[in-house]
Design a protein around this ligand. Sequence first.
Ligand code: NI
Length: 623
Amino acid sequence: MAAHADALMTTDEITEVVDLLRSAGKIADDTTFRRVSPAHPKPSQNGAAADRLIEAWTYTASDKRIDEFVVSLTDQSIVSEQAVYGQVPQYGFGEVAQSIEAVRASPLVAEALAKRGITELAKVQVDPWPTGDMGEAHEDGRRVTRGVLFWRDDEMDNGYAKPIDGVVAFVDLDLMEVYQVDDIGEWPVPTETNNYHHGTVEDRTDLTTIDITQPDGPSFTVTDGNHIKWANWDVRAVMDHTEGLALQSLAWTDGVTRRPIMRRASVAEMVVPYGETRATQAFKNALDIGEIGLGRTANSLALGCDCLGDITYLDSAWCFDDGTPVEVSQAICIHEEDFGILWKHSDSPTGTSDVRRSRRLVISSIFTVGNYDYGIFWYLYLDGTIQLEVKLTGIVTTQAYKDGDSLAYATRIGQEIAAPIHQHLFCGRFDMEVDGTNNTAYRVDVEVDPPGPDNPYDNAFRAVPTKLETESAAIDVVDAAKARTWRVVNEGVTNNLGQPTGYKLLPADTATLFPAQARIGGRAGFAKQNMWITPSNPTERFPAGDHVTQSKPDGRGLPEWTKADRNIADTDLVVWHVFGLTHSARPEDFPVMPTEYARCTWVPFGFFDRNPALDIPPGSACH
Ligand code: NI
């Protein structure tokens, strides 16, 4: 029997899909797999079990053709297939690994390194970067990675302390060879070692043990592989090949009533543009989700290290270029965290105090893409709050620094190195389902009333909701000066005050894409705004388009879709919220970066009749 439509994909399912496509004659000798992942869930169909659908995207090099298949494991058939020409597929893991060897084997690279006195190629760390699109004619018709180089005296050294700056090696992935090396000048290879592994510095001894214990076990259950129930929450955790950790079928249950809130919630794309003008940095405009696929970079998490407490882990699976399934054990971590005070009041007349502890359910995974590590953390709270937090850590991109170099676009983080300014902009995609399919969105700005007879004390200010009827009306930015928020309501369902039930998005302050005029502005146009709302459309899932590798600055994705200016009122809608960080690197970010946080939060607004967390018992010490 096929798995539930919302289940985590297994290695067996990958094998089934690959075998099915092979036996149908769809896989040629030079066909490789680029995305194998469960299809997005459809709106609930009167409780009827939905088919188990898996998407498989392949690339056939000889034809420069991407095929997009949807396979039903319920009836063992190909449900749909579409050939795509003129687009470059997501990088394959195998070919990226091979490109590192191609750089090491290249006579052109050896020549550039010899000029710098480097002959031990085995000690050269090669980071293959997505080439993006800088309008270079030599990349037209090729699939390309750019190898940037670092030096490791010892194999355990932090290579980012010693960039071999000035050299970029262009690898043609179909020929699997370096066809060009750009050498823009010589910087001495930094000599200062800057490591971070345990033992690099002496351990401090003044911190005592913290243990998190739950003697009665955790309060959540996980059944059917990924179906999580905790307090009133009911949700499925899935690992998408491209997006990484996502939530599906998120609902609040109250006794027998299951109230849907989001059909699916994910981080659908990210863009990391760099502001440094040096040619070895300026091309860096990573679209790590679409170009690399976060799901296949998931870490295997370790108890007591990545997560602390009473943990339940789920395994994930992804498909290697050649169709081999890869299992990642302990890829998803589920646990509860104490989160300080949920609510409190000290009543003066009686001298009594009521306080309740907050706790949250954490569903998280960590993804490593080259030098950076991204945590995707979903938090569910007892008061109905839903929070998405991206944790950013790892090692910043570095460049060599020598006397006289401009530091307009970079911060010195070592004697001979600097780190360029950059942004990490994430696109949260929230397929809303507040108390049902038909939802309506409002932008809520706080406005100050002018002086006048209705404002006798000049103090009047109010929250002004504006109903968003069309896609163009919804496109907007975060505006802290107006305390701007957004609300998604179901106008067909009311609470006992007669208000439509809803959820409110609390954005964090986020700048939009700074290099909006550069070519990346046309490739990642979604990041020029903080808010987009579209009617749900199964073909619109990735805000910079389905195939972003070497994409052209043609305004694809959200900017293109929303030109139709479709109706978004009282319909099945998707909220796309761009949030993140502008990272002007600090010396303290090196040699490894303390975690930075980027988040957005959904809180119930009239979804309940009053505080839904009155039923939390006080702690045993607080009666
Ligand atoms: Ni950063």
